[in-house]
Write a protein that binds this ligand. Structure first.
Ligand code: BGC
Length: 345
């Protein structure tokens, strides 16, 4: 196991950015930067033992400093959408940036994906390699109340798991929903329509035209939304207007670390399982990728060339009292866990 640090460049205002590389004894390699606490790459073997990078993104920091759809990013203070970019807490209305038509998306104009995180810990032990990054989001940042001290810890284990742990504390009542926004492609190239997906979810949150939940949770049964049994992503995608971009209600939902999703890619044999303590998962099929971005090794990212499975609380929960709560009180500790397990078959 090893954990190493090297320079990755500078931000436009001259701040030093680093790249951390976690490697395990089977050769799995995760690279993370303190810019946006972004997962830059994840290399895992295929069934013949050949390593391949299974995430979308850029070779150099410059790509991440420019416009991009949250490749690999840590998203906060609130991942996904908050309707009409506002919510009320204790009778006070908080107004957020409307950066997705009239709605708020992924923490605002300058979310956690575009800030410089501080290195707290970088270490390797006999069974794991770890990098821990922290960030203090000030009271009023992007409209949110409370100074929020948060951290994300990436742990690569000797058993081929990449774990994401999030922690936070606030000094004023606030809302929080942290996730990782990696785009996966287990073949390492081409579109993701042939990947087989299983989701441990019998319901999803119905959304309006602006992708804000209506409050209704609908059964997936007998619809193209059903992934309770393995199904290729492309088999029914044409029947879903715009492609998949939905929050699934996980069957577990009791806060324990439970299996949420499993993805198998037949040509490479790679399998990715996702375990989470979160109640929901956003399944997004890269519908807005349009070939305008050139990523790693000159790859053009066309529509459906990557998919996201973002473990999370449900979109617009601050305005939906019927959804699992996202309020964090002073003195409380926010703590969530997601783990991706890799193997081949
Ligand atoms: C959202 C999509 C959005 C994408 C990139 C996903 O989490 O569900 O609607 O386009 O992030 O911002």
């Amino acid at each position: 196991m090893s954990a190493q640090k090297e320079p990755f460049g500078q931000t436009t205002d001259g701040r030093q950015i680093d790249l951390y590389t976690l490697t395990n004894t089977n050769g799995l390699r995760a690279r993370i930067t303190n810019y946006g606490a972004i997962l830059v790459s994840l290399e895992v073997p295929d069934r013949d033992g050949n390593l391949g990078d299974i995430t979308l993104g850029f070779d150099a920091l410059d790509g991440y400093l420019g416009e991009h759809p949250y490749f690999g990013a840590t998203v906060g203070r609130y991942a996904n959408r908050i309707g009409k970019a506002r919510f009320v807490l204790n009778g006070v209305e908080y107004k957020l940036a409307a950066n997705n038509d009239e709605n708020h998306l992924h923490g605002g104009v300058k979310g956690f994906d575009k800030v410089v995180w501080k290195l707290e810990d970088l270490k390797s032990e006999s069974n794991k390699a770890v990098v821990k990054l922290s960030y203090i989001s000030e009271d009023g940042e992007e409209g949110y109340p409370g100074n929020l001290a948060c951290s994300v810890t990436y742990t690569l284990t000797k058993d081929d798991e990449l774990q994401f742990s999030y922690e936070a504390q606030t000094d004023k009542t606030t809302v929080i929903n942290l996730t990782n926004h990696s785009y996966w492609n287990l073949a390492g190239q081409g579109d993701i329509l042939g990947h087989e997906l299983t989701l441990n979810a019998e319901k999803y949150t119905v959304v309006d035209a602006g992708l804000i939940p209506t409050g209704e949770n609908q059964s997936v049964k007998d619809t193209p939304m059903d992934f309770t049994l393995p199904m290729s992503i492309g088999s029914r995608i044409e029947q879903v207007e715009g492609g998949y971009d939905h929050n699934y209600v996980l069957n577990s939902g009791d806060g324990s670390l439970a299996l949420a999703a499993k993805v198998y890619e037949p040509t490479s044999g790679r399998v990715m399982e996702i375990y989470t303590t979160e109640p929901g998962i956003q399944f997004y099929t890269g519908n807005f990728l349009d070939g305008s971005l050139t990523g790693k090794a000159g790859k053009i990212y066309n529509k459906h060339y990557g998919f996201c499975l973002e473990t999370q609380h449900f979109p617009d929960s601050p305005n939906k009292p019927e959804f699992p709560p996202v309020v964090l009180l002073p003195g409380q500790k926010y703590s969530t866990e997601t783990a991706h397990k890799f193997y081949t078959r």
